[in-house]
Design a protein around this ligand. Structure first.
Ligand SMILES: [Zn+2]
Length: 445
């Protein structure tokens, strides 16, 4: 059976791209190259894309001209400091200016709920997209994953195709040999059902939102239920807190490998078997910079992403809205991929219904994505078990129908929730300086 599953997996991936398997094997080797060779390759890719941006991408033509920079001025990663960074507002105010002119390109539409509560639609070139898939599998390999292994996923739409299209979900599950379990409806009955499905299907890996897996672990422990035999657990899409890691590892009796990804910047990083975070270097350059946009080797700074392969909509020095801690310490595992100390990523609260059903906060984040440019920014706060406060900064084409749609979708999830929707001009940053955009005021039980 498992041999057949692997065959289907490989077939589906060669349908995505005939060169997939070859690319994957090259990527598996790449991680062990010497650091200097990896950085040299990044510099070569950087020169190529900067030249392309200058010649083909309207935004960058004027951005580089304004800064008095010619493509020949950017030869190494250090040279990137010459280019002023951009943020999401720069992209959202004129997304078309980031699309290259005078050429047709095979691309995949993509979107992000964002670190900052600002949804964004963008494009990923086909080659970059396939590379991203190969790098995910390579990242998981540190936890023992090999192509076609069974994986249960406890998450929401960020990690699965649109759940309204059940056939697509099923096809995607079969092609990738994954099973999706929803983090958008977690009560005792659904957790029992999730555990039953895992025990009978017997996957090697569980992947998903750390807070959802944490609730799952606490439930299994409280009810003294049978444990699945997992090789590893992979957490993603929100900050993994130390007490969450401890509890999940203790209950499941296996290692957690934390993963960070920001698809809009082509950035991904994952822990290796020595618990160090390695940054993937093939799709983008990740810089950690100070207030003056200077690269730092040690300490906390903002994360900037520079596309190396996304020729369909490239970004140079794009502020992702996350912070990370740089380190000069090396990892004994032998991978040449750069190491960072920590990512101070987003925290996303879970919401609760009056009946005690947990609904992961990304439910609202992904609901907002559907409105495209119409929602410029949002903040969702659970104030009480029955009251959800929604702040929206409207964008192009926002109207009353969208407010009705938000109410209807939230009602379908929980009929007892009252939504207090307010249209505002601006959403202030919290006292800590962070943009917390999905938040619960309720104390965890
Ligand atoms: Zn390592």
């Amino acid at each position: 059976m498992r041999g057949l599953e692997k065959a289907v997996f490989l077939l589906a991936h060669s349908a995505l791209d005939p060169g997939f398997y070859r690319l994957y094997t090259i990527m598996m080797r790449n991680q062990w190259k010497r650091r200097e060779d990896i950085l040299k390759q990044q510099s070569l890719d950087l020169r190529r894309i900067v030249r392309f941006c200058y010649e083909r991408v309207p935004f960058y033509r004027s951005h580089l001209n304004e800064a008095n920079i010619k493509p020949a001025d950017i030869r190494t990663i250090a040279d990137l400091e010459k280019i002023p960074s951009i943020n999401k507002t720069d992209i959202l105010s004129n997304p078309k200016a980031f699309i290259p002119t005078g050429m047709r390109m095979n691309y995949h539409p993509a979107y992000t709920a964002g670190t900052t509560g600002m949804p964004m639609h963008f494009r990923i070139s086909h080659n970059d997209y396939v590379l991203g898939v190969a790098l995910s599998y390579r990242s998981w390999s540190a936890g023992g994953y090999t192509l076609g292994n069974r994986m249960a996923v406890l998450a929401g739409s960020a990690l699965m195709p649109d759940s309204r299209y059940a056939i697509l979900v099923k096809a995607n599950e079969i092609a990738r040999n994954v099973r999706f379990l929803s983090a958008y409806h977690m009560d005792d009955a659904s957790l029992v059902s999730y555990l039953d499905q895992i025990l009978s299907w017997n996957p090697s890996f569980l992947r998903g939102y750390p807070s959802a897996i944490y609730e799952f672990a606490k439930f299994i422990e409280r009810e003294s239920l049978e444990l699945p035999k997992l090789k590893a657990i992979i957490t993603t899409s929100e900050k993994l807190l130390p007490h969450v890691r401890m509890k999940v590892e203790e209950v499941f009796g296996t290692r957690v490998f934390d993963e960070y990804g920001a698809n809009d910047g082509g950035i991904s990083a994952v822990e290796c078997d020595h618990q160090r975070i390695h940054v993937n270097t093939e799709r983008s350059i990740m810089e950690i910079v100070d207030e003056d946009q200077r690269q730092i080797d040690v300490g906390t700074g903002k994360v900037l992403a520079t596309s190396l392969k996304n020729y369909a909509m490239p970004f140079l020095r794009y502020e992702l809205g996350d912070e990370a801690v740089a380190t000069d310490e090396e990892c004994p595992c032998g991978r040449g991929l750069p190491v960072i100390e920590e990512i101070l990523g987003r925290t996303v609260s879970s919401f609760i219904t009056p009946d005690g059903v947990l609904i992961h906060g990304w439910f609202f984040g992904w609901l907002m994505i559907d409105f495209g440019e119409a929602v410029r920014q949002y903040k969702i706060t659970q104030v009480s078990r029955t009251k959800i406060e929604v702040l929206i900064v409207p964008g192009n084409g926002f109207d009353e129908i969208m407010i009705k749609k938000i109410r209807a979708l939230a009602f379908a999830k929980c009929k007892d929730w009252k939504l207090d929707i307010n249209i505002v001009d601006d959403i202030p940053i919290s006292k800590s300086g962070k943009r917390i955009f999905i938040e619960s005021k309720l104390k965890p039980e």
